[in-house]
Design a protein around this ligand. Structure first.
Ligand code: PMP
Length: 310
């Protein structure tokens, strides 16, 4: 992780090295936190956070599912994010807000624990690599099932649920693949450890519905909008693993990953297709502020180098 100057911690900007937690922190023991992964891009108007309000809304939803009362309103967290980006002075960065049950009681119930909120911002390149974005990534269907809706709520971007993702990613990397794909208990395609999945078949985009144990991805939603605007049909439908093997094209999407072509699944070659590359380009144009039709999704940050603009 590349360090930056400041971290926003419970209402204050503190030095990177001072943003510490106690070892008795509830979330460290039980994974009782919620978080977001957001990107800020360098645009002509200055640094611009992509769909910041939507990410903060998902953070609120995640907190609600965990019975957690966030001590800051959405607008306060939005301002805090702006303040942090301006303080760290990076033209583009990854933003990681996390809210968690802090230090108080060590019982599994959360009573008696404060809710702490932290926001980090630091530079982070393409999650699955620049090369992967161009030539495609290799994937394997994980032996780990995606958690079911009554196991841990997948709708919440909760820290504890990422043990599921960590196991799948680690298994895939150890086996020599770039990324894992997780299936539900019934064998339907869910999502990747940190990405949603799309398949192209006969010119139509197919992606699992929200009920298939997926995180309601903001990139997924963005890509659905962009694909429809480009004239493609998009269907949210159940997919099985052979739909991946026999796809004309397949790709993964996520804030960290952006749009990454899947060039192989379980050693069945798919290759990198034109619709994937078209959507990848469309996505990069939108997030970098090169397509004015979607400029409402960009939350421009006022910094010392850019005029105040909200
Ligand atoms: N699924 C999972 C399990 C994820 O962790 C992520 C990353 N947040 C995604 C999908 C993609 O979501 P988003 O596009 O909002 O980053």
């Amino acid at each position: 992780m590349q360090e930056t100057d400041k971290i926003w911690m419970n209402g204050e900007l503190v030095d990177w090295a001072d943003a510490k937690v106690h070892v008795g922190t509830h979330a460290l023991h039980y994974g009782s936190g919620v978080f977001e992964g957001i990107r800020c891009y360098e645009t002509e108007k200055g640094p611009a956070v992509f769909r910041l309000r939507d990410h903060l809304e998902r953070l609120e939803n995640s907190a609600k599912v965990l019975y957690m009362d966030l001590p800051y309103a959405r607008e306060e967290l939005r301002q805090a994010t702006h303040e942090l980006i301006a303080a760290n002075g990076l033209p583009s960065c990854y933003i990681r807000p996390v809210a968690y049950y802090g230090y108080g009681e060590l019982g599994v119930a959360t009573t008696g624990n404060p809710v702490d909120v932290v926001i980090m911002s630091f530079p982070w390149g393409a999650y699955l690599g620049e090369e992967g974005q161009r030539t495609g990534i290799t994937t394997m269907v994980s032996t780990w099932e995606r958690v079911g809706p009554n196991v841990i709520p997948h709708v919440a971007k909760a820290t504890g649920i990422y043990l599921n993702s960590m196991l799948a990613t680690t298994e895939a990397r150890r086996a020599g693949y770039d990324e894992a794909i997780m299936l539900t208990r019934d064998g339907y395609v869910a999502d990747g450890p940190g990405e949603n999945i799309f398949v192209v078949k006969n010119g139509t985009l197919l992606t699992p519905p929200l009920s298939m144990s997926i995180l309601p991805g903001i990139t997924r939603d963005t890509v659905i909008h962009l694909a429809r605007a480009l004239g493609y049909m998009v269907e949210e439908t159940l997919l099985i693993r052979t739909d991946l093997y026999l796809a004309d094209e397949a790709f993964m999407v996520g804030t960290a990953t952006e749009v990454a072509p899947i060039r192989a699944v379980d050693d069945r070659e798919i290759g990198v297709g034109p619709i994937t590359l078209e959507l990848q380009q469309a996505y990069l144009d939108v997030v970098n502020g090169r397509d004015q039709r979607w400029s409402d999704w960009l939350d421009v940050v006022a910094t010392s180098r850019t005029p105040a603009e909200v």
